[in-house]
Ligand binder design. Structure first.
Ligand SMILES: [Fe+2]
Length: 274
């Protein structure tokens, strides 16, 4: 599988944080003691280290992690699952979107997390592994994440579930609260409300595989995070309070970009590294 690019470049991270914290360019240049021209160059993608580091400190970002990202010195080491997990990366407009499948090895009971732009590859794995899809869980209802929902649901007969705070439009869909539990053979799935990027965005914590797994939607990306400019604080707080306390070896399966682990993000994500 070709390497999936990181969702955000260093200047995207700067822009996200700056918009979220509502600091103007003028104010940022002044606080960080950099020239307007240097700030503009960095924001346009030119990695001037001294400026990147100064700006980072005023945007609550880790200077080391941001500088490493600016020079593309880091890419997550792919976490490995023996069995029972598959990731799908499908093109949607000018980007790609991820969807995931987990299953219990004993009973062959499976759950899908989002559909991506197309569920064809997922249906192939379901057939090849002789799985029975019980659930389709929706991390959030942005169109790229649920683009093939009708086909996946009708092709498998699975129940469709999303957050009661973000109700997916699908006949017969059901809605969970935060802290809901689902079971798939020996696997357990628990819901965490990690809103910000969208009102009901959910992280699904899966236990019972060979290592802990969190399907985080667009809450967090390898070396970046989600969140709209208006709900940046909410997303940041939910990530810190609900995702960061999970065990370091938890695999993070993000809505965009490569798989990562919580331990790696604590070291390399400019928003969370210290
Ligand atoms: Fe997305």
């Amino acid at each position: 599988m070709p390497r999936i690019p990181l969702e955000d470049n260093f200047n995207d991270v700067i822009n996200k944080s700056q918009r979220g914290l509502k600091i103007t360019d003028e104010e940022l240049a002044k606080r960080a003691e950099v020239s307007a021209a240097d700030l503009a160059a960095v924001k346009a993608g030119k990695p001037i280290d001294a400026v990147v580091r100064r700006v980072a400190r005023h945007l609550r970002l880790s200077p080391n992690a941001l500088e490493a990202l600016a020079h593309k010195r880091w890419y997550p080491e792919a976490p490995v699952f023996a069995r029972g997990f598959a990731a799908f990366n499908t093109p949607h407009e000018d980007m790609t979107v991820n969807s995931y499948l987990v299953w219990d090895l004993g009973t062959r009971a499976a759950a899908a997390f989002d559909t991506g732009a197309s569920c064809t590859a997922m249906l192939d794995i379901i057939a090849a592994e002789d799985l029975k899809l019980h659930y389709i869980f929706i991390t959030h209802t942005h169109p790229d994440h649920i683009a093939d929902l009708a086909r996946l649901a009708s092709g498998t007969g699975a129940e469709v579930w999303s957050s009661e705070q973000e109700r997916v439009e699908h006949p017969g869909a059901r809605y969970f609260r935060e802290g809901a539990h689902f079971h798939l053979g020996a696997l357990a799935i628990r819901t965490l409300l990690t809103s910000g990027h969208s009102p009901g965005q959910t992280t699904f914590v899966v236990s019972g595989l060979s290592r802990p797994l969190a399907i985080v939607g667009d809450s967090l990306f390898a070396s970046s995070m989600g969140g709209s400019p208006t709900h940046f604080d909410e997303q940041f707080r939910n990530n810190r309070e609900k995702i960061l306390p999970l065990p370091d070896d938890t695999v993070l399966a993000c809505g965009h970009g490569p798989l990562t682990t919580l331990g790696q993000e604590k070291q390399h994500n400019p928003f969370f590294a210290r």
